[in-house]
Design a protein around this ligand. Sequence first.
Ligand code: SF4
Length: 395
Amino acid sequence: MQEKIHQIAVTTQTPVDASCPSAINLMGLDRAAMEAFFVDLGEKPFRATQVLKWIHQLGVNDFSEMTNLSKQLRQSLSESCEIRVPDIVSDELSKDGTRKWLLSVPGKSAIEMVFIPEESRGTLCVSSQVGCTLNCSFCATGKQGYNRDLTTAEIIGQVWIAKHLLAAQYQTDDRIISNVVMMGMGEPLLNFENVVSAMHMMQDDFCFGLSKRRITLSTAGVVPKIDALKESCPVSLAVSLHAPNDELRNELVPLNKKYPIADLLAACNRYVEDSARSRITFEYVMLQGVNDELAHAHQLAVLMKQVPSKVNLIPFNTFEGIDYTRSSNSRINRFRDVLHENGVIVTVRKTRGDDIGAACGQLAGDVMDRTRRAEKFKQQQNKIYTKFTQKFGKM
Ligand code: SF4
């Protein structure tokens, strides 16, 4: 079976006829949905686990190879179903080992996915939407506007593709992806059902078998959905905070106007209450002269005392057309030290993959924007450029 995985890893394309729009994509069915599907066909529910195992553990995407199913069932599945994942447009390897894929999805768009290898683990950063509706001011994805939510098949399909390509790269079927973070393009809690279903498959022993602890969902703070997540799939939670007061957060993360910091922290406390999750990770992008003053660090320390937490400081990764700059190392260190002195657990994220645009905040894909935000962003940048050239001449 090992050879099979490696062979698929090289091709990655599904053999199913793309001209069959009514085919049911079994890639997107979690265990409950797969069981219901087979019961509807008049089959026993255990067929679900057999097929999940073929698809996700063994990387088989051709029904004719599922040899523990009857010939008749294989034939009927190949006539009415498919096993489809997004197509790979590009595959780049950073000098630090980070690997980034651009994947095309229907709707003339493309999303990005990143794998970050480390000594003791390998983290896959997965996208949940084509673009994002939230428009955080420092985020490349936000500037691209929004097209649509990804389907469950397109979300779990990213893990499927990465698993098999990485098996080929590292020449092993050992668990290369030890952690998955829902931190790619999009706000995962605004695509709740599909994301939760995909996260169930990440945990399912017949699919990818990751523990809840090794799956992290990162949100800008969609408060009601944090409560819903606790009920349906309580994975590790990260919150994109980025500012220690509402006034500044309203600017950086506009969603804050709807769900201010006090409401967000209350939801975080409810999330960790009576659960195995011991603390929430708060992400804080370091923007020079914007949110990196000592006063901000002191304000943040006060907030962090209100919830079991740790802070992850993220040096800003720039992208074309944005005015923010990364805080200097000395400012980041000073900020970290204030938090530390105030008893806050704090780490500084190491920048990875920035030479291929794969670092945190740089993911952009290719979004057929429905919001006109991308166009407005370009117009705004053109105006700034015109003003600049009028003053200083052409660059
Ligand atoms: S930071 Fe996250 S929530 Fe904000 S615009 Fe970017 S992708 Fe969307």
